[in-house]
Design a protein around this ligand. Structure first.
Ligand code: SAM
Length: 256
């Protein structure tokens, strides 16, 4: 057997060959997926550039458990990249047909995929994640506040180092989440491909999902208090806002 390394992999042992096989198989599958027509289903497919970026960012990572909201070409790819992939998607037969196309595709590795069918607004709150997640793609409903809702039920399960992919950040209601995450301690923005953002979970502690703590979030710390004509301030608040921050700190210390 040949001794040596190809890319990251030691091809002199069995695991090396297995990984190499997996790599070759995945790029062949990716090729097939990218040859599917752009309107393979009617709910809006991910583009070739984005699918390639998902593969690129996944390579060299061990993706044991993953999830996505919505379904389509991404599901075919993730079924090859992940050992255990969960799909939260509605039955859109007759109105996009994304679920049907995926489930009938010969490219789907069925044994690796679990479908949780229904509106994510109902399925995600009831779902019990038994394992931490290495990769999540949010590409389901895009109206406000649905992507935030999905994020809420998923973020506590993301492992440090996990990939969080948010599609369609050009939609204002999705951009809101993107704008928050790119300032949050729990995430590092590692790439944006067209309208798709790739974040990596940092080692920062998981924000308490059952408390408040808005003042602990960097996004809020940097922007509070909001100045907007809709906010009518009392005269006390108007005076407070004119006091420079260093003087405020001194006054706070003096009050104990
Ligand atoms: C933009 S498509 C996903 C495209 C897919 N990622 C791909 O690569 O082809 C949006 C998906 O979200 C699903 N969807 C829309 N609203 C949903 C909801 N409320 N709950 C679950 N799935 C929903 C659609 O049926 C569709 O599968």
């Amino acid at each position: 057997m040949a001794k040596g390394w190809i890319g990251l992999y030691d091809v002199s042992n069995q695991r090396g060959w297995w990984l190499l096989d997996a790599l070759v198989a995945t790029s062949a599958v990716l090729q097939e997926i990218t040859h599917l027509p752009p309107d393979w289903h009617g709910a809006g497919c991910l583009t070739e550039d984005v699918l390639r970026a998902i593969e690129r960012h996944s390579s060299g990572r061990s993706i044991r458990h993953s999830a996505e909201t919505g379904t389509g070409k991404s599901t075919l790819l993730l079924a090859h990249l992940s050992a255990d992939h969960t799909v939260f998607a509605q039955n859109d037969r007759g109105d996009g047909d994304s679920l049907m196309r995926v489930q009938e595709s010969h490219l789907l590795r069925r044994e690796r995929v679990t479908f949780v069918v229904g509106p994510t607004q109902q399925t995600l709150p009831r779902h019990v994640f038994r394992e931490p997640l290495d990769l999540v793609l949010l590409d389901g409903p895009h109206g406000f506040p649905f992507v935030e809702l999905e994020y809420y039920f998923i973020y506590p399960h993301l492992k440090p180092g996990a990939l969080l992919i948010v599609d369609d950040i050009d939609i204002p209601s999705v951009f809101g989440l993107f704008d928050f995450l790119r300032d949050d301690e729990m995430f590092e923005l590692i790439d944006v491909v067209h309208q798709t953002a790739f974040f990596q979970r940092t080692v920062a502690p998981t924000f308490n999902a059952l408390g408040d703590g808005w003042w602990l979030q960097r996004y809020n710390r940097k922007r509070h208090p909001i100045r907007d004509s809709a906010i009518v301030l009392s005269w006390k608040d108007r005076v407070k806002r004119r006091i420079p921050a260093p003087l405020k700190r001194i006054l706070r210390r003096m009050r104990g």
